[in-house]
Ligand binder design. Structure first.
Ligand SMILES: Nc1ncnc2c1ncn2[C@@H]1O[C@H](COP(=O)(O)OP(=O)(O)O)[C@@H](O)[C@H]1O
Ligand SMILES: [Mg+2]
Length: 304
C-alpha cells in the first residue's frame, strides 16, 4: 500500500535498510569480513548521505568498528567494493584514504602519550611535505609549511579548549580530553568526511555535551559526519540519519525517531549480550605509530 511507504528528503524511493540516497558520499556493496568462522561484517548495500550527521549504531560486536576499519583501509575485506565521492577505495591504503578526505578516529584513543598535545596535532596534518619520512630529513622543505600548520593546530586546540595543555604530554590528559584531542587532530587534515568511533565513550557527562556540540559544528562547516555509538538514546538529538547494524548486517535505517521505534532494532538490542565488552584490543594504527616513532626519534636527535 502506498500509504505505508515511508519517504524522506535524503532518500530516493522508500526508506529502509540499504536505501539509495539523493547525494551519497559513501556507497558500499557486498562488503564482507570474516574472522575464522565468524562473519563480523556482511553489508549488502549501504549509502552514507553527504553533509549530514549519520549515526551507525548497534549492540557490541555488531561489526561497526570492523566496518569502519574496512572503509578507511585499516583492514581488508574478504569481498566487496565501496566508493568515496564516486572514487573506488577498495585496496587503497589508510594513509591515502585519509589524504582523499576521509578521516577517522579510533574507539580506543590513539593519542600518542610520549608526544605533547601540540606534537600530536602536528602529526595530524597530511599533505605537508614533512609527512614523508624522507623529506622530513630535509628540514628546510618542511619549514615552509610549519608556521601555517602550527597556527591551525593552535586554533583547533583553542576551539577544543585544549590550548592550555598544548605543551603537556598527551598521556597526562583525561579520557575525555583525549577524545577531544583525537577529534581535533582528525580536523588538521581538513576532512570532507569525518568518521568518529564512539566519540562519547568514557567521556564524563559535562564533556559529552561539548562533544555533541562540536559534532554539530562540523556539520555546519559543511563536513559529513559518520559516528559510531552503541547507546541508541545518545544519537536521538544529534543525528539526521541512523543506520543500525546487528551481526554484521544493516538491519534498519532511517531518521532517528523512526529507527528507535523499529521492531528489528529493539530486537537486535534485546538479543545482544549487553554486558559483553568485545572491545577493540586488536585495533592498531600503524601509520600513526610509525609517525610517532619517527617524531620521537627526531626529537631525541634534536636534543643532542
Ligand atoms: N581482529 C579480530 N580478530 C577476531 N575477531 C574480531 C577481530 N575484530 C573484531 N572481531 C570480532 O568481530 C565482531 C565485530 O566486532 P566489532 O567490529 O569490534 O563490533 P562493534 O564495533 O560493533 O562492537 C565481534 O564478534 C568481534 O569479536
Ligand atoms: Mg566498536
Amino acid at each position: 500500500m502506498s500509504d505505508t511507504m515511508l519517504t524522506h528528503p535524503l532518500v530516493v524511493g522508500e526508506v529502509g535498510p540499504g536505501c539509495k540516497k539523493v547525494d551519497p558520499i559513501v556507497v558500499a556493496d557486498g562488503v564482507t569480513r570474516t574472522f575464522g568462522g565468524l562473519t563480523a561484517v556482511d553489508v549488502a548495500h549501504v549509502e552514507i548521505p553527504r553533509g549530514q550527521i549519520t549515526a551507525l549504531i548497534g549492540p557490541n560486536g555488531a561489526g561497526k568498528t570492523t566496518f569502519f576499519n574496512l572503509l578507511t583501509g585499516f583492514d581488508k575485506p574478504n569481498a566487496g567494493k565501496w566508493s568515496f565521492e564516486g572514487h573506488s577505495l577498495a585496496r587503497v591504503p589508510a594513509y591515502r584514504v585519509a589524504r582523499k578526505g576521509m578521516v577517522r578516529t579510533f574507539q580506543l584513543t590513539k593519542s600518542l602519550g610520549r608526544l605533547t598535545v601540540l606534537q600530536n596535532m602536528l602529526l595530524g596534518a597530511t599533505k605537508q611535505p614533512g609527512e614523508n619520512m624522507f623529506t622530513a630529513l630535509f628540514k628546510p622543505l618542511w619549514n615552509r609549511n610549519e608556521d601555517e600548520i602550527t597556527v591551525r593546530a593552535k586554533d583547533l586546540l583553542t576551539r577544543f579548549k585544549l590550548d592550555a595543555k598544548m605543551d603537556d604530554y598527551a598521556a597526562s590528559l583525561s579520557g575525555g580530553q583525549r577524545k577531544l584531542l583525537e577529534m581535533a587532530r582528525a580536523l588538521m587534515s581538513k576532512p570532507v568526511l569525518i568518521m568518529l568511533d564512539e566519540p562519547m565513550a568514557g567521556v564524563n557527562p559535562a564533556l559529552t555535551q561539548s562533544l555533541l556540540g562540536h559534532i554539530k559544528e562540523l556539520k555546519s562547516e559543511g563536513m559529513s559526519v559518520l559516528f559510531v555509538e552503541h547507546d541508541m538514546h545518545m544519537v536521538r538529538h544529534i543525528s539526521d540519519w541512523v543506520i543500525v547494524m546487528a551481526e554484521g548486517k544493516v538491519v534498519a535505517e532511517g531518521p532517528p525517531d523512526q529507527v528507535m521505534n523499529d521492531q528489528a532494532v529493539i530486537d537486535a538490542y534485546l538479543g545482544a549480550h549487553h554486558d559483553e565488552d568485545l572491545g577493540d584490543m586488536t585495533e592498531s594504527n600503524p601509520v600513526l605509530e610509525a609517525k610517532e616513532a619517527a617524531a620521537a626519534h627526531a626529537a631525541e636527535e634534536g636534543r643532542h
